[in-house]
Design a protein around this ligand. Structure first.
Ligand code: ADP
Ligand code: MG
Length: 236
């Protein structure tokens, strides 16, 4: 069976520099798929290609078997693709609930939107923060709210770019629980992350990118034992 998301032979060139070189990867419904690699490896560029912010020089992206390579970000969002960005982009002067409502109301009205928001706050255990202003939240909680906000659009896949940056270990552990709750509902998560402990803890599959190319893919155990990964992350 094809994966929910399939990236095939994707290349992106900036001038003479090949930032993404013939990359293939996939992400499955109900699974957390990691994408790791050193700074400059091409992770964010690949995310841009997957969510439609950048056209690849060659290759394709399919969602549930349909070729979406030529679609823009808004069309992909309507097909169920959601993305959070590096850095917080919540409305600081709105409450957590209102941040989610703004997003939910893009698809649903009034009481239906409110019901969806309350369901999500409950599902990711953020109810206690519902009435807090977003700019009063600790960084880690803000990240969780961003994921919760992405859920209000009822996505099939969520792309997360370094969500654990700026979180302390306790917040990261909570965040891992949130991700598990998300995929338990059948959503696919594609996670770009530098925190190896989080990646190895939550991911079902990990793809390793280096200098634009996938150097290995597999389970966390497989990837962890790969020599280039050891070198890049553990300095051995
Ligand atoms: P990562 O997210 O893994 O750190 P990026 O995708 O941001 O890597 O960058 C991959 C490579 O492409 C880097 O060498 C970076 O300098 C280059 N790059 C990224 N965006 C651009 C751009 N808009 N123009 C030129 N080069 C870019
Ligand atoms: Mg990046």
């Amino acid at each position: 069976m094809p994966s929910l998301l399939e990236v095939k032979n994707v290349s992106v060139t900036f001038g003479a520099h090949k930032a993404v070189n013939n990359v293939a990867l996939h992400a499955d419904a109900g699974h957390i798929t990691g994408l790791i690699g050193p700074n400059g490896a091409g992770k964010s560029t690949l995310f841009d290609v997957i969510c439609g912010l950048r056209r690849p020089g060659s290759g394709s992206v399919t969602l549930d078997g349909s070729d979406i390579t030529k679609l823009g970000p808004a069309q992909r969002a309507r097909l169920g693709m959601a993305r959070t960005f590096q850095g917080l982009e919540l409305f600081g002067r709105l409450s957590v609930r209102d941040n989610l409502l703004v997003a939910a109301e893009m698809r649903h009205r009034g009481t239906a939107a409110a019901r969806i928001v309350d369901g999500i706050l409950d599902r990711v255990a953020l109810g206690q923060y519902a009435d807090r202003l977003a700019d009063s939240l600790p960084t880690g909680v803000g990240r969780q709210v961003e994921v919760a906000r992405a859920l209000t659009t009822e996505p099939r896949i969520i792309l997360l770019d370094e969500p654990a940056a700026g979180q302390d270990p306790e917040e990261t552990a909570r965040f891992a629980d949130v991700l598990r709750d998300v995929v338990a509902g059948g959503v696919a998560v594609l996670l770009v992350e530098h925190d190896m402990e989080l990646v190895m803890d939550v991911c079902d599959q990990v793809h390793v990118l280096d200098l634009g190319s996938i150097i290995t893919s597999g389970t966390p155990e497989h990837v962890r034992s790969h020599s280039a990964v050891l070198e890049a992350y553990l300095g051995v």
